[in-house]
Structures are given as C-alpha cells and as structure tokens.
Design a protein around this ligand. Sequence first.
Ligand SMILES: [Zn+2]
Length: 406
Amino acid sequence: MDITNVNIEEIVKQVLAGMTGQAPAQAGAPAPASSGQIPKTARVAVLTEKEKFEIREYPIPPVGDDDILVKVEGCGVCGTDAHEFKRDPFGLIPVALGHEGTGEIVAMGKNVKTDTAGKPVKIGDKIVTCMIFKDDPEITMFDLNKKNVGGADVYGLLPDDDVHLNGWFADYIFIRGGNFGSTFFNVSDLDLDSRVLIEPCAVLVHAVERAKSTGILRFNSRVAVQGCGPIGLICIAVLRTMGIQNICAVDGNEKRLEFAKKMGADMTVNFKDFQGIEALAGGVKDAFGGHLADFAFQCTGNPVAHANIYKFIRNGGGLCELGFFINGGDATINPHFDICSKEITTVGSWVYTLRDYATTFDFLRRAKGIGLPMSDLITDRYRLEDINEALRTNLAMTGLKIAVFN
Ligand SMILES: [Zn+2]
C-alpha cells in the first residue's frame, strides 16, 4: 500500500481530533487560532417565557475568519434585563440575555487583529462588548433605540437565531465579525469585578461629561449627589476620581449614606432627619459650611426628589438630571423660583457614547488606584444555573449590583 506524506498527516490529524473531541480542520483552510480546550457545546440561559430562564445546551458554531469565541467569566444584571425578564417589552422571547458581560478570547479568526479602539487582541485577552455599534462613536443609546433594540447588534438583546450564543448569560458568547457591527474592547488590564461594572460606570462617565459641558462643574465645586443607589454611588466615585472633594450625598438610607462616604462623599444628609424641603435645603447648606451646591446630580427616579433638588443649588449653579432613566411620572417645579430667577443651567443625561465607554476603562483603573471599593458595589453574586434567582433579586431591589459569575 502506497501511503503518501499527505495521507499520514491526514490520519494523524484525525486521531488527534478524536482525542481532543474536535472536528478535524479542513485541509488547506487554516483553523482559527484557539487556546485548545473548547468544548463542542455551550450552556446558554434562554428566557423562554416571562420570568423564566431555561439553561439550554447549543453546539458552538465554527469560528469564521472575522469572528471571536469568548469564554464568559461574568455578566452584570441590568435594569433592561429585569424589564425584559418581567414583561418582554421588546418582544424578544426566546432570547439569550446579558449585555454587561466579560470573558476571555478562546478562539478567533485570522482577520481579527485589533479591538474597536485599535488595540491589538490575542487569544487569552479579556474583552467586553459595547451596546453601541461602531459606525458613529458619538451615537448614544437614544439613537440606537430608534434603530436597533430588538433588531441587531446588541449582544444580550438579539433575537434568537441559528448561532444561539448571543448573550453573556452563558458559558460562551460568539462575537460576529464583518458587517455585523460588533464593538468590543480589550480590557485585559482590568480585574473581573471592574470589567463587570463597565456598563453602569459608563452611564456616569457620560453624565459627568454632560455636567462638564455646562462649564459650572469645576475642580473645587461643591457638588450634591441625590440618591445613593448604584448610580448615585458610582457618580460620587467618578467625581472623586476627577479630584472633586466637596461632595455631599443625600439619601434616606443610613447604610447607603455610609457607602457614599466610602465612595468619596465628604458629607452626607439623611432627608428623613428634616421636615419639609426648606429644612432639607438648610441641611445641605449646613453640610457645605453655609453654602448651597454649585452643581447637583439627581440620581433618583422620584418626582419629589427632582422637584426638591433645585433648592439645593446656588444662583447660577448647574443640575444634571439622570435619575429618570425610564418614565417615572411628572414632577412639579416652580419655573420662576427654581430655574429662571436663579439662572440654573440644566442638562439631561441618558446612557453613553462609544467614546464614554472607552473612557470608563480609565476611570475604573483610576478608581482602583485611589482605593475606592468598587467591588463592594456587587452585592449579590450568582452562578449561571441560578439566573432566575439573580433576576428576582434584581427586581426585589434589595441589593446594589447583581451579577452572574461562571
Ligand atoms: Zn445595561
């Protein structure tokens, strides 16, 4: 029998493939680079009906020249996930949710050389995806909503298709190359908790950028932050990393106010200690040593809180409203006393741009560098198989950030 070199190579390849459980690579076509230990299937948490995830097992698709396969390490639970879990407002069921995820590249096509920011990527690098696609770095979720949610591009909100590995609540996620518009970033220099916190932090980096656009928020400004949920707490952290010292946190929960101090607030005001808005504004003024705030961030979804915050701000001061992420109802203010005669400059802030997303990596490095306890924001940690419980905890609003870790 005449056995050529090619035949022997082919036989050896098949034997090796049988040992590792992988299909043999096509002769002539280079196999995608991989770290070796890739199983044939992956578990994916699929929302199959309202308030019910099922863990399904799907085959891992072949990685094309422009694609990336990522082994998931963790993913934060977002308010958007909670809405979809409870009501399916985007009509996506069945859907693989999870967009605040991060993991390690285990295989990638030969054309993948750099991330969306131009930073080189290789097997073993840690990456995150971004909701915003790459054709316009200034585009925000607001535009994206009109074009895309429930359409394409947003990992964790993609309609189910034959790829299936479309969300971060899974063992593996498949990042599509080519015209799909995926945006992803190499964040290997950030620890796992920081990577899971990127998305909520980007919301605050954007809000502070909006606030800076007024020209009122400066290095030595007195800043009031109302609401010490995750958004308010991260707001304080972003301000602190910018070098702002005079931060007064306002909330009705003493535990959250204690946390606000750890995140960089110098002063705290518990609104439950005051009767009426005039007394509360007096409390904020006292906290600043007899001055009202130069700038205020409104981080609650409460209409009364929105109406109150103008009273904390000095004449000529500024306000950033970011608490009404969804429609929380109407607020009553007096336009003469609250805005006009005080000449208040207000900005609204919603979601973030692709640029803010990349800036957030630097924020997280800096926050760690100055010792802010960012990891403590993740109060509840679940395994993938307990995803239903993770979502229920998020809806119960007993913790701060809920996350799933593999
Ligand atoms: Zn989110």
